[in-house]
Design a protein around this ligand. Structure first.
Ligand SMILES: Nc1ncnc2c1ncn2[C@@H]1O[C@H](COP(=O)(O)OP(=O)(O)OP(=O)(O)O)[C@@H](O)[C@H]1O
Length: 316
């Protein structure tokens, strides 16, 4: 005779409310809720439950793992052209979102200049893989990262054609992101095939468009917006980067390209304006040193942008 109450108690001791136990003849069926556990924790829980289920008379233990359907949100950060600070914004936004309470991961899909390993202070670290599924690299800022720069030699991915690049980029998105609920995707600059394939295949929840004041002729931003609209991906809004110049000596802000253009431009494009990031030497040197300013407790630039994103995510 199996003492089912004793078995249930033993399983409850190690799995709490996560386990539902049923006895069918001499077979024990256990449904284990693994919601929010990373693969290591899931394996460990399964093993301890299996041990706890070993009791006189039990011929077989069957464990079925379940998890609540993942509601991971993919946020694409895009720009119509290179060099506008898309990578800098992606890194800092990811950190600011994490500080705002989201569980954030960062994918650097920029085949032309994968710069996230340097920005996030983990240059030279390679991800491991289990059964061909990549394991993101932890960073000092609590935001795990996968980057094309960790997979190929600098410059090599550049030669890839659309489908090949998109295939490789897929490995980054489909990695083992565990408990991550918000994945920030730093897309390659521009609006070509690689970007379109990525957007169509992974259907980001929303897109953030980055532009600089001097680009506000808007032709490039317009193209980026079209790309997402074609794929049915909502635009979360426009971020103006390198807006105004803050003098490192006197702290005074000047606007070589004029002021207020981006907000007007966003209105003209029919998309929300999310905010501006000033052009500062401190931002560039901190970025080069792998110390993103959003990680600084005194950050007042990226936190408001993240707050707007969090508010947008809450409306879904
Ligand atoms: N607000 C800013 N103030 C000062 N420097 C900045 C700012 N934003 C970005 N930069 C600097 O500008 C350069 C380009 O930025 P970044 O690499 O983020 O651009 P990108 O759009 O991702 O470029 P690419 O298309 O090459 O990937 C970097 O040296 C970065 O440190």
């Amino acid at each position: 005779m199996i003492d089912i109450e004793a078995v249930k108690a033993a399983i409850a001791t190690v799995a709490g409310a996560r386990a539902t136990v049923r006895l069918e003849g001499a077979r024990l069926g256990i449904v284990l809720d693994a919601t929010g556990l990373d693969p290591k924790a899931r394996d460990a829980l399964e093993a301890t439950v299996r041990m706890a289920a070993t009791a006189p008379g039990v011929a077989e233990v069957r464990i079925a793992l379940t998890a609540e359907r993942s509601t991971r949100r993919l946020i694409a950060v895009a720009s119509g052209k290179g060099g506008v600070g898309k990578s800098t914004l992606s890194a800092n936004l990811a950190i600011a979102l994490s500080r705002a309470g989201r569980r954030v991961g960062l994918v650097d899909a920029d085949i032309y200049g994968p710069s996230q390993p340097r920005l996030m202070g983990v240059e030279g670290t390679r991800p491991t893989a289990k059964d061909k599924v990549l394991d993101p690299v932890p960073t000092p800022y609590g935001v795990p990262l996968l980057s094309m720069g960790q997979l190929v030699e600098p410059g090599r991915a550049l030669a890839w054609r659309g489908p090949m690049a998109a295939g490789a980029l897929g490995q980054l998105v489909e990695a083992d992101w565990g408990a991550v609920d918000t994945l920030v995707l730093d897309l390659p600059p521009g609006t070509g095939d690689v970007q379109l394939t990525m957007v169509q295949k992974y259907r980001p929840t929303g897109a953030v468009i980055v532009s600089t004041p001097q680009d506000l002729a808007l032709i490039d931003a317009r193209r980026a917006i079209d790309l997402f609209e074609k794929a049915g991906v909502p635009i979360i809004g426009l971020v103006e980067n390198m807006a105004g110049y803050v003098c490192p000596h006197c702290g005074e802000s000047s606007d070589p390209f004029g002021n207020g253009g981006a907000e007007a431009a966003a209105a003209e494009l029919g998309i929300p304006f999310l905010g501006r990031v000033p052009l500062t030497i401190a931002l560039r040197t901190a970025s080069d040193a792998g110390k993103p300013p959003a990680a600084d407790p005194g950050d007042t630039v990226f936190a408001p942008l993240a707050a707007r994103l969090v508010a947008w995510l809450k409306t879904l």
